[in-house]
Design a protein around this ligand. Structure first.
Ligand SMILES: Nc1nc2c(ncn2[C@@H]2O[C@H](COP(=O)(O)OP(=O)(O)OP(=O)(O)O)[C@@H](O)[C@H]2O)c(=O)[nH]1
Ligand SMILES: [Mg+2]
Length: 248
């Protein structure tokens, strides 16, 4: 029999990176996974990265969907597919922030227990600033989301720290969900716990193992196998002994 403690957890943490075009979603995702900043990216399709990362000191399978703002779709497949969301805007683009506000509100209404990280990107362009840090911080507080302003271009360390901590929180929240308990209470306790972790270094992520470029048909398929999720643990109901959770 296999020892579960030495295996990568089989159910991946699924994270969708969303936001309007050119805010730096692809730059952020690639920076986190490879530590490199590449100036220009293909932006006409979604990219799904499947990888194994060190999350809270243990190997964890993670899937990160770098969504494309230019690709024609509704947000629905991602709302169902992901258990956590990184909502990116550019501090130099007020419209991108307005879209971030509406996304965060939609997540609060439709995926209330999902973990949300709001990132104000391009902080190196302070002279072009259109969004004040305080308004985004207030938005995050209102919706129990995490928030960070950073520059993907200039600070690899910030990107790593912010996303590492967020993944720890997502994992802790999932484990909390599996042990039962109220999502809202859990969010508060996880926040406190993370506060005590800030400043501790964590191992760098291992290189990505797969990159899948999704065409339109594959995007549409995202919803199909995931319509029966166990709430609040967000795993497909058929793979879980999810009692006392409710399959929907
Ligand atoms: N100055 C600055 N530029 C950045 C930063 N992050 C990304 N960029 C630039 O912003 C532009 C858009 O970046 P992308 O990562 O392609 O943006 P995206 O959100 O993925 O855009 P779509 O794929 O079209 O939805 C590129 O020219 C990047 O080099 C940053 O932190 N600072
Ligand atoms: Mg992109």
């Amino acid at each position: 029999m296999k020892d579960d403690r030495t295996n990568v957890q089989s159910s991946p943490l699924r994270v969708a990176v969303v936001g309007t075009s050119a805010v730096g979603k692809s730059a952020l995702t690639v920076r986190y996974l490879t530590k490199r900043f590449i100036g220009e990216y293909r932006s006409d399709t979604d990219m799904l990265y499947k990888c194994v990362l060190q999350v809270d000191g243990a190997p964890q399978s993670v899937e990160i969907m770098d969504t494309s703002a230019t690709c024609e779709k509704t947000s629905d497949p991602y709302l169902q597919w992901a258990e956590a969301f990184v909502v990116v805007y550019s501090i130099t683009d007020k419209d991108s922030y307005k879209q971030a506000v509406s996304t965060v509100q939609e997540l609060s209404e439709r995926r209330a227990s999902a973990s949300v990280l709001i990132i104000g990107n391009k902080s190196d362009l302070g002279h072009l600033r259109e969004v004040e840090e305080v308004e985004a911080r207030t938005l995050a507080l209102t919706h129990s989301a995490r928030f960070s302003e950073l520059s993907t271009a200039e600070s690899c360390a910030s990107v790593s720290e912010v996303i590492d901590n967020f993944l720890k929180e997502v994992k802790a929240q999932r484990n909390g969900n599996q042990n039962g308990g109220s999502p809202k209470l859990r969010k508060i306790s996880v926040t406190r716990m993370l506060g005590s972790l800030i400043g501790r270094s964590s191992p760098p992520p291992t290189p990505m193992t797969h990159l899948i470029i999704l065409d339109k048909e594959e995007r549409n398929k995202l919803q199909t196998p995931l319509t029966r999720l166990c709430q609040p643990c967000f795993r497909p109901a058929h793979s879980l002994p999810c009692s006392p959770h409710t399959a929907v």
